[in-house]
Design a protein around this ligand. Structure first.
Ligand code: SF4
Length: 295
């Protein structure tokens, strides 16, 4: 039987210390949001740079930033202008050789067509998400966004390229995906506090859900914020509920710190007294349970 692990009653204080001490500027340089911030000169450009960057957020952070850089080069440095003024055929031509992991240029060109159509219809990604969310909740907002982005282009447009629809999973799909990349995109758009952009004003920060990547899941599981070993939408909800008990107004402010504690190597993901010694959440860590006196 798997033993249930819970954080200590002092966990909220420990997490706040981890947050307050965290070197945001060091880790910002590693994070895709550092590139998005340079491209997001206004809300429209923020949405466009954000959705492309979130879509490319697969693999290590250096490769992700490199992929965003190559995409931006193909767009002559302005993704907003790329969508608004460059013809679809030309976009497809410029992106024909693009590759990042299993993501291909024809898929990004199709995404650019979808964005062009959305903005031409007078909608924005915020309005699509907001309408979906008002119809149910946060997961419904993500579902509305995913459905719109992966739907076929309007009449006579080309069908989505192979693998395109899989780039935008929804928590309401039968797989109950954690939808990490769309959830991350919404975090960037909604939170106004550093390092996020805060271009969306219709979604309360208290409604955000945690973008559950492997680093956040590892530390959340080992701090007892979830008992689930797999990443699913249910895990997202469980971790978010735990963070909301600490900060109901802005629970996802802890996401950047939890994620980059893993990415940076601040957390070795094993017991190592030299590294774990100063860790503010060590009293809550499953790996040190019952071993505090040994430290
Ligand atoms: S105590 Fe060590 S393993 Fe546990 S969260 Fe902190 S750094 Fe990571």
């Amino acid at each position: 039987m798997v033993r249930v692990h819970r954080p200590t009653p002092e966990f909220a204080d420990h997490l706040r210390v981890l947050y307050d001490r965290f070197p945001f500027d060091r880790s910002l340089a590693d994070d895709p949001i550092s590139v998005v911030r340079l491209l997001a000169l206004d809300p429209r450009r923020g949405e466009i740079a954000g959705i492309f960057a979130a879509t490319l957020a697969i693999g290590n952070t250096a490769a992700i930033r490199g992929a965003i850089g190559r995409l931006t080069d193909a767009a002559d440095g302005d993704l907003g202008r790329f969508i608004a003024t460059i013809p679809s055929v030309e976009r497809r031509h410029r992106l024909r050789a693009f590759r990042h992991r299993w993501i291909r240029g024809d898929q990004l060109a199709y995404l650019s067509d979808r964005l062009e159509a959305i903005y031409a219809s007078g909608e924005t990604l915020e309005s699509i998400f907001g309408n979906g969310m008002r119809g149910g909740g946060f997961a419904d907002g993500l579902d509305a966004l995913a459905r719109r982005l992966r739907s076929p282009a309007p009449s006579r447009g080309p069908r989505p390229p192979r693998g395109y629809r899989a780039l935008f999973p929804s928590p309401l799909d039968p797989s109950h995906s954690p939808a990490k990349r769309l959830t991350l995109f919404v975090r960037w758009m909604v939170r106004a506090r550093y390092p996020d952009l805060g271009y969306w004003h219709t979604v309360p920060t208290g409604e955000l859900r945690v973008p559950l990547d492997q680093h956040v899941h590892w530390i959340a599981y080992n701090l007892g914020l979830t008992q689930r070993r797999t990443r699913s939408w249910a895990t997202v909800e469980e971790v978010t509920r735990a963070l909301r008990q600490i900060d109901p107004i802005d629970p996802i402010k802890f996401d950047f710190v939890l994620c980059h504690t893993g990415i940076s190597g601040d957390c070795p993901k094993e017991r190592d007294i030299l590294i774990c010694g100063p860790c503010a959440v060590r009293p809550d860590c499953r790996l040190w349970h019952g071993r505090r006196s040994a430290a």
